[in-house]
Every structure is written in C-alpha cells, then in structure tokens.
Design a protein around this ligand. Structure first.
Ligand code: ADP
Ligand code: MG
Length: 304
C-alpha cells in the first residue's frame, strides 16, 4: 500500500502545565490524508486541534512524532502549505487585493505585476468579492468579507495542502453557508488537499470526504476516521435525504457528546495508534475497520 500524501505519525505534544509539571495535550496522534482529499477534524475545545494544525503547517514543533508531506518531513513553513486562521490574520495595512497579491508575488516571483493582479482578482471574484471592494482595507470589511479574502489568499497561492482552522466559526449562519459553498466550488476544481478544523458537525458532513474524531484531552488521540460516502456535489438541503445522513450524524453527535469523554485518557497499545475506520452503508449500520496499513489489514464488523 502506498504512503498517503500527508502522513502524521505518533505526534505527541506536551507543554509545561504552569505548576512545574507537564501537560500531555495529545499522544501518538496518527493519521494519513490522501492527495485531493478533504478531511475535517472534530473534537472538543482544548484537545489540541490547533496545535496539530500548527505542526502540519510547520509553524510549531511537536514534542515527538513526525509529519511528512510528499514523503518529505515537515520542518518549517512552506508555500506548499496555505493556512487560514480563525481570526482572519490579514495584513491590516494592505487592501484586500494587496493581501492576495502579496502571497502570489512570493509564490511566482517571475510573474508580471498584471499577471499577479489578474490571478488575485480572479480568486477574489471566486469568493464573491469584486469591484471597488477589493481596494478596501481589512478594517473596512465585514467579518465575512475578511474571511473570504483569507480563503482567496490561501487558494490563490495554489498550495498543495490547505490548512483551515475553524475558518467560519465567527460568521453568521447565512454567510457561513455561502462561503462553505464557495470553498467547495474552488476546491472541487483543483487537486488540492484540505485539512480543516471545525466544531460544527453539519459543516463537517457537508464538506468532508472523511472526518477524524479526537477524544478529549489530556492524552487526547485521533480515535476514529469516519468516511462520508455521500455523493458530490452536495448541498445542505438535499444532503439530509441521503440514506446514510442521519446514521452518520448520530454517530458524530454520540462521539462528541459521550464517547469522546469515555475514551479520554484510555490507555491503548502502542501498536494500536491508528484511528478505526467507520463506514456506513445504506441500511444505516456501520462497519468498523482497522485502518488499512501494511501491518494490519484486519477487518472487523461492529453493530452500533
Ligand atoms: P483546540 O484547538 O483543540 O481547542 P489547542 O491546540 O489550542 O486546542 O490547545 C490544546 C491545549 O494545549 C490547551 O490546553 C492549551 O491551553 C494548550 N496549549 C496550546 N498552546 C500552548 C502553549 N504554547 N503553551 C502551553 N500550553 C499550550
Ligand atoms: Mg483551536
């Protein structure tokens, strides 16, 4: 079996707990992401999602464990990885357009000014920003508009991997829905791989090919990988008619509401760090499989 595009192996993060001891936020977090996949990670606040994302971005180093992208170890930030933070993080002194061209120029240093600007405008238009609004500074834009600029900026650089940390958390439901649709449209036209943190179950089902579920910390881990085999294109009104929709949704609600706590701190065998794959078939039952690896092609059926 070939290695996934992104491979995360036994990531462990410890921080000083402020009282002379050590806080182990997560331990042995292990998962892979395939090229072109859209993966969401769900887990309660504090389990270490943002920390994992910062490590994937190369902005932080884990206490132990390895992240490889395209078989190369991640050891610092790279233009191959685009990040959208929860708090927009635009450069406040630059216009929306310049916030996007700034990155494109870095990515394509030999391009003419016109070509850079055309690409930036194209991506801003894809997220619904055109006309004079692109000359406004972040302080003159609404939260939704700022988040659109962040997404345009990340995609315009054509990173191989897009890392999104609760990108829609601060938006009202209507704006969130619109931007989710735009994100799906842009992603659908590329080979890009997306890793997105969210705490919104419905958002994760709408967007993801696969949802990783984290147990609560301390000693959090990635316990399950739930396959979202609902056909695309998806939209929020029709998705509920898919025969698997409610089974998937209930499973996620149960996990976050109950099992994430029950499993917290559970000691697992060192050989057992991979998440269990959960797949639903049309009858609404789930099948749980040990994630396929060279060492464990084991198959196990479980009734829930
Ligand atoms: P999440 O994104 O899942 O809400 P975080 O990754 O932000 O969680 O944080 C996980 C835990 O690690 C929290 O308890 C947080 O307080 C702690 N933490 C995060 N960064 C640091 C740091 N630089 N120093 C100490 N503790 C940290
Ligand atoms: Mg976070």
């Amino acid at each position: 079996m070939s290695k996934p595009f992104l491979s995360v192996e036994r990531l462990t993060q410890q921080f000083p707990d402020g009282q002379g001891g050590t806080l182990t936020v997560f331990e042995n977090a292990t998962f892979g992401v395939d090229q072109g996949e859209f993966v969401c990670i769900l887990g309660h606040s504090g389990c270490g999602k943002s920390t994992i994302m910062n490590i994937l971005a190369g902005l932080a180093e884990p206490t132990s464990g390895v992240v490889k992208m395209d078989a190369v170890e991640v050891s610092g930030p790279s233009l191959d990885r685009g990040v959208v933070f929860q708090n927009y993080s635009l450069l406040p002194w630059l216009s929306a357009l310049k916030n996007v061209t700034f990155g494109v120029k870095a990515r394509y240093p030999n391009w003419s000014k016109d070509k850079v600007e055309a690409l930036a405008r194209d991506f801003l238009a894809k997220v619904g920003l055109d006309g004079d609004v692109v000359h406004r500074k972040p302080s003159q834009l609404s939260g939704g508009m700022r988040q659109r600029v962040s997404i345009a900026r990340a995609f315009a650089n054509h990173p191989k991997l897009l890392l999104l940390d609760e990108p829609f958390g601060a938006l009202d439901a209507l704006t969130r829905g619109t931007i989710q649709d735009e994100l799906l449209k842009i992603w659908g036209g590329t080979e890009q791989t997306v890793f997105m943190i969210t705490h919104d179950i419905d958002e994760a089902i709408l967007l993801a090919d696969r949802i990783l579920l984290m147990t609560n910390g301390p000693f959090a881990r990635v316990a399950e990988s739930v396959e979202i085999n609902i056909p695309r294109p998806r939209n929020r009104t029709e998705i509920v008619e898919d025969p698997n929709y409610y089974a998937i949704r209930n499973h996620l609600v149960q996990f976050l509401g109950k099992r994430s706590k029950e499993l917290a701190g559970e000691k697992i065998e060192q050989d057992d760090v991979r998440p269990e794959t959960v797949r639903f078939d049309a009858s609404g039952t789930s099948e749980t499989t040990e994630e396929q690896t060279e060492s464990s092609p084991l198959l196990r059926a479980v009734n829930t």
